[in-house]
Design a protein around this ligand. Structure first.
Ligand code: NAD
Ligand code: IPM
Ligand code: MN
Length: 365
């Protein structure tokens, strides 16, 4: 039987609550005999800072590098607002992405039929929605140098963030997007701001070259990122795959989440390059954060994290069938009218994190 090493990093706030439901699904997979998933649990984010003064330790990084995959809950919260910039909880997440070289972040936004009325957009705009945002994750303004605040004296400061992209970084993320589009609706929108940014000019140029050389069968549209944001709320179903940089991808994916009903519904996979043995590093996490406003109440929606675990089974453990078996009950429990607070609807039963997890496990069995 295949055996995999999975590192669990629940993190902070609702991260620990939603990860608790994934732990129960891992037990279910192990009991089912489909594979053996060996887990190790460690600290990242504010809890790691509280424990040893860093958002992630070198030892945890080593475990992550050796694991077959990593599952992360969420990091951050107001408790760590005063912490030094390089030690803040988010720095742990960014180090994981950078050191594992997870350049491709897949953020699928799917509107389950039962939730078409839970979206802040009209039912007809979102019913049947299935888009994939492909966010570049290890470059751009998140990591560009210089990144600093300079004291100019006289009460004045200058803050600098630097947006940098090189050809190879754009090429490899474009390939991921075109490959995915071929297996879906065969359409890619490449979003940048070539009208004001040099990185946008290069992004546009490289995506066009990759398309022409190897993916001419896929339909490509270039779209300015601000228009893309507007189109996502005007008519989201016009999109299939959207490929974009690190910062635009962060913003556009939160926006797309609302078309599905809630940020609590959006999973993600962060993938590295495939090596010559066909292996790739990967981390799976919900798109949402630690939700300090509801943390500790057992009210968080665990679906984004459960769906991220399904992506882990599909992309890292070659267990597509088991992933399907986990995704189907998500639709079933929504059809049965169960809702966490974020997707609350008249006529439906509002449940907590644990009850939602219970219902999904029951539907699985
Ligand atoms: P957030 O995603 O934590 O919350 C935004 C809103 O969505 C809140 O009202 C929250 O209650 C709601 N929400 C999010 N996930 C939910 C879920 N599963 N179920 C129900 N409701 C949910 O964003 P924020 O408030 O801007 O950030 C809080 C902290 O989380 C910050 O420190 C931020 O840096 C961090 N953050 C971490 C990650 C991550 O770890 N990947 C992602 C985003 C934000
Ligand atoms: C996300 C988050 C992170 C990001 C933060 C917490 C560093 O918002 O995963 O979407 O900006 O990438
Ligand atoms: Mn985000």
């Amino acid at each position: 039987m295949a055996s995999y090493k999975l590192l669990l990093l629940p993190g902070d706030g609702i991260g620990t609550e939603v990860m608790g439901e994934v732990s129960r699904l891992i037990d279910w997979v192990n009991d089912s005999g489909a594979a053996t998933i060996e887990t190790e649990t460690d600290l990242v984010g504010g809890c790691a800072y509280d424990d040893h003064g860093e958002a992630i330790s070198d030892a945890t990084m080593k475990t992550a590098l050796e694991a077959d995959a990593v599952m992360l809950g969420a990091v951050g919260g107001p408790k760590w607002d005063g912490v030094a910039y390089d030690k803040r909880p988010e720095a742990g997440l960014l180090r994981l992405r950078k050191d594992l070289e997870l350049f491709a972040n897949l953020r699928p936004a799917i509107c389950y039929p039962a939730l078409a009325d839970a979206s802040s957009l009209k039912r007809e705009l979102v019913d049947g929605l299935d888009i994939m945002i492909v966010r570049e994750l290890t470059g751009g303004v998140y990591f560009g140098e210089p990144k600093e605040i300079i004291d100019l004296g006289g009460g004045q400061k200058r803050a600098v963030d630097t947006q940098v992209y090189e050809t190879y970084e754009i090429e490899r993320i474009a390939r991921v997007a075109f490959d995915l589009a071929r297996k879906r609706g065969n359409l890619v929108h490449s979003a940048e701001k070539r009208n004001v940014m040099k990185t946008g000019v290069l992004w546009n140029e490289v995506v066009t070259q990759v398309h022409k050389a190897d993916f001419a069968d896929v339909k490509l549209e270039h779209i300015l990122a601000d228009n893309c944001a507007m189109q996502l709320v005007r008519a989201p179903k016009q999109f299939d795959v959207i490929v974009t940089d690190n910062l635009f991808g962060d913003v556009l994916s939160d926006e797309a989440a609302m078309a599905t009903g809630s940020l609590g519904m959006l999973p993600s996979a962060s993938l590295g390059a495939t090596d010559d043995k066909g292996m790739r590093r990967a981390m799976y996490e919900p798109v949402h954060g630690s939700a300090p406003d509801i943390a500790g109440k057992g009210a968080a929606n665990p679906i984004a994290t459960i769906a991220s675990f399904a992506m882990c089974l599909r992309y890292s453990f070659d267990m597509g069938e088991t992933a399907d078996r986990i995704e189907r009950p998500i639709a079933d429990v929504l059809d049965q009218g169960l809702r966490t607070g974020d997707i609350r609807q008249a006529g439906c039963k509002t449940v907590g994190t644990r009850e939602m997890g219970d219902a999904i496990l029951k539907a699985l069995a």
